[in-house]
Design a protein around this ligand. Sequence first.
Ligand code: TXA
Ligand code: MG
Length: 319
Amino acid sequence: MSIAEAVAHLERGALVAFPTETVYGLGADASNPTAIAALYAAKGRPADHPVIVHLGSIQQLANLAIDVPPWAMRLATQCWPGPMTLVVRRHGDVVCDAVTGGRQTVGVRVPNHPVALELLKKFGRGIAAPSANRFGKVSPTTAAHVLADFDDEIAMVLDGGPCTVGVESTIVDASTDEPRMLRVGALTKERIEAIIGCPVALLNDGQIAAPGALAAHYSPKCRVELVTSDTIEARMRALMNSGTRVAVLVPASVSTEFPSQITRLRSPASDDDYARTLYTRLRQADDEETQVLLVVPPEPVGIGAAVLDRLQRAATVSP
Ligand code: TXA
Ligand code: MG
């Protein structure tokens, strides 16, 4: 694995997938419109869906943002490098229009992964990177996941091992005076409110401010159904009686015995483990040719809220 090689690919406008603590990103030079066009084409992503720009340090923020409110600077100082994206008012033309979907704002994050940070520092400019999966599909948390979705479209994947967080960053809109959360993630609402000292609205319906955070997203091929530890057994029996191939994903605390024809995916040992392994489990369900995956989600506390959010989106059938 060579960072120098990855930098050379980015310089010539090619795409490089790289690890972050949340999920793998599909990177392109944020200042190169041709590279960004290739990025959107590879992902199959609609042109009006903005992409997050990754930076190697907080100091670079001033190159592409203006009027960052003091509370947002506090968040950046305390949470970067880390699983938080700030949407800020865009400054100048350091990032090309296609990155922001033509908006006057830009999403920015300093990821907390040694490989990502070294790449960003050596490249020296912003790297635009959505999650390295095809549009609407499950995000990748290993290099192998990236290679399952992409082939010749990308120049290389830097393999940094499995991602330690496992779900995408928390997005905070800092483009107005009123702080709003656009996507839940590992950085919790409670922690954000503690840092900025006031309540934060959660705008999580996907349409208004974070195009791309569509309801139906993060979807495996199988149908995902959310159940409780009380309802799972009856639902499982009904599906089995109709000849459906069923897999289950339940926390270790659920004691239901499952018949041998049911695929029981490994139970998460904790909410952190649930987040870290979620996308691997959704991919595994597809590998087992599951038709319906029954899931008992975690409690919506801490990172459990982000896991529940992704599961609800995975369970939403596309129109
Ligand atoms: O953890 C993450 O954030 C990962 C890693 C690779 O950093 N990236 C990621 O990117 O999840 P992506 O493209 O899958 O999701 C980016 C989200 C989209 O929902 C997009 O709408 C929102 O960020 N976003 C980006 N720029 C924005 C902007 N200027 N205004 C509003 N939303 C923005
Ligand atoms: Mg994504």
